[in-house]
Design a protein around this ligand. Structure first.
Ligand SMILES: Nc1ncnc2c1ncn2[C@@H]1O[C@H](COP(=O)(O)OP(=O)(O)O)[C@@H](O)[C@H]1O
Ligand SMILES: [Mg+2]
Length: 292
């Protein structure tokens, strides 16, 4: 079953394009990563889902319902962590959670206490005294506490320290195991690699690729860094299986796929000082989408 469907979505802000002709579907139980640098259109897309802004053309459907026509019905079934928000400074954490619980007609949100515990959140203090990380934890507890079917998360780990990020990823996987669907926007490639099933990659408002994470890992792209005893011209490494070559003095970096025998033979023709091998990161893999 499709939980989220976007068809030819375009949003223009005057002459600036927020997103351009974007289409994709997300199925139930999927963790979908929405990856792109700042200004690429992540928040714009999410605001359309929530009916905070209207698209210039195209449409979004959540649970098979139009995002504008059925916005209040949809909102009761989702949890949302906003990217930027004016939070209620004078409220205490506990009041803020009570307010959002009431807004959803939920007096005792089932996951509230456990989430407070997981993130070590002190809800007795006023929000104005919270650090950025604590505000982020409060936003996460608020979004997850009523156990919604769909989580829409706009760069939710910004401000969380590494331990809290880890707990947050575990929470996402637990949600997935319980059949929930997650839309996770991020500009951090290693983050989506950890938890997502699929990623959509945005560049300047356009969706340049959608890939399964497993498909990306199967590419087995690797990086070899070789320091030679002398300068070696990078052009000798323009071989079968070499995707990219970079040279810095005597050091050559190669991005290679499965076929490395020919490459090793070429390397051995020159005196080698040092050599290292590593699996390429998603960053390396997607580099081509960001370079002109
Ligand atoms: N309210 C707005 N008015 C004018 N331009 C906007 C507005 N919101 C976003 N934009 C522009 O739309 C583009 C996409 O922004 P945004 O969706 O916030 O990207 P992201 O969340 O990926 O950083 C950017 O060029 C941004 O400057
Ligand atoms: Mg944003």
């Amino acid at each position: 079953m499709k939980i989220l469907e976007i068809q030819s979505l375009t949003k223009r802000y005057g002459s600036v394009c927020g997103v351009k002709d974007i289409s994709f579907d997300i199925g139930q139980g999927e963790i979908f990563g929405y990856l792109g640098p700042n200004g690429s259109g992540k928040t714009t897309t999410i605001r359309i889902f929530l009916d905070f802004i209207r698209p210039s053309s195209g449409r979004a459907r959540l649970f098979g319902l139009d995002s504008h026509v059925h916005s209040s019905k949809i909102k009761s079934r989702i949890g949302y962590v906003p990217g930027e928000y004016g939070i209620y400074e004078e409220m205490r954490g506990a009041e803020y959670l009570r307010f959002f619980g009431a807004l959803r007609g939920c007096q005792k949100p089932p996951l509230r206490d456990r989430l407070i515990d997981i993130f070590g959140l002190d809800i007795s203090k006023r929000i104005k005294s919270y650090s950025h990380g604590t505000r982020q934890k409060l936003a996460v507890v608020q979004a997850f506490m009523h156990d919604p079917e769909l989580l829409i998360l706009d760069e939710p780990t910004i401000g969380l320290d590494p331990l809290m990020q880890q707990r947050f990823y575990e929470l996402l996987l637990e949600m997935k195991n319980r059949g929930k669907t997650v839309f996770l926007s991020s500009h951090i490639l290693s983050e989506v690699e950890k938890v997502c099933d699929r990623v959509g990659i945005l560049k300047e408002g356009e969706l340049v690729a959608i890939r399964e994470i497993s498909e990306i890992k199967r590419l087995r792209l690797r990086s070899i860094e070789i320091t030679f005893k002398q300068e070696v011209n990078e052009s000798v490494f323009r071989l079968d299986g070499v995707r990219k070559v970079e040279r810095d003095g005597n050091t050559i970096q190669l991005w290679v796929d499965s076929n490395i025998n020919g490459i090793l033979r070429t390397i051995s023709e020159y005196p080698v000082e040092n050599m290292s091998f590593r699996d390429a990161s998603l960053e390396d893999i997607f580099m081509e989408y960001y370079s002109e």
